[in-house]
Design a protein around this ligand. Structure first.
Ligand SMILES: [Zn+2]
Length: 208
């Protein structure tokens, strides 16, 4: 029975709605409402502009939107828009998902202690960032891209469903969260990427 087959299907893997909502805002403010309409239209998802998703979104649809951003816009513009959407997503998380007392505690701690706590919170809310991918975190010591040694916070997403060139969205989300809660002078390196054929997207966060 087709109906029975439908009922037996697993629900589609989902990511947080901000992957879509904040992309719409970033596009509108960077390129104008018309450009946002065209891009969402090209993805066949104009409905998300008319009625922003109120709950988690099928990760395939979110990935399709980012795919259109990179297909339709010059690479530098696409990366800037994706990064702006990521920064806005982090700001939403800071305003709505992390209680103010917890934020105060993190800010008061030295980065070497706050970093692992933020990594643990990110791992606990992996669905927001990773959908069907597998997110793991690691605390290490090492050299950042700038060559300074110190704490190196690592986030890996195996089979990242929202992988895109340079993963500007994820890099911006993680950078903003670490900047605000751990150390205002962090940078994010992205040395391995699913979009470039790697098994996992690897993000290394360290002091600039
Ligand atoms: Zn990547």
């Amino acid at each position: 029975m087709p109906e029975a087959i439908l009922q037996a299907r697993e629900p589609a893997p989902r990511v947080g709605p901000n992957a879509v909502i904040q992309l719409a805002g970033a596009l509108r403010d960077s390129l104008g409402a018309q450009a946002a309409r065209e891009l969402f239209g090209n993805a066949g998802l104009q409905r998300f502009l008319i009625e922003p998703p109120g709950e988690m979104v099928d990760e395939v649809l979110a990935a399709r939107l980012f795919g259109c951003v990179f297909a339709d816009l010059p690479a530098v513009t696409a990366a800037a828009v994706a990064a702006e959407a990521g920064t806005r997503t982090a700001d939403y998380i800071l305003a709505n998902r992390i209680p103010t007392p917890a934020q105060s505690v993190l800010r008061a701690l030295p980065p070497a202690l706050a970093g692992p706590l933020l990594l643990a919170a990110i791992a606990k809310n992996a669905w927001t960032f990773a959908g069907s991918g597998t997110l793991r975190t690691d605390n290490a010591r090492g050299r950042s891209g700038s060559g300074k040694s110190g704490p190196l916070w690592v986030i890996e997403i195996t089979d990242n469903p929202l992988a895109m060139p340079g993963c500007a969205w994820h890099s911006a989300v993680f950078r903003r969260l670490f900047e605000v809660l751990v150390d205002p002078a962090v940078a994010v390196c992205h040395p391995a990427c699913c979009h470039a054929g790697a098994e996992a997207c690897r993000f290394e966060i360290a002091r600039r």
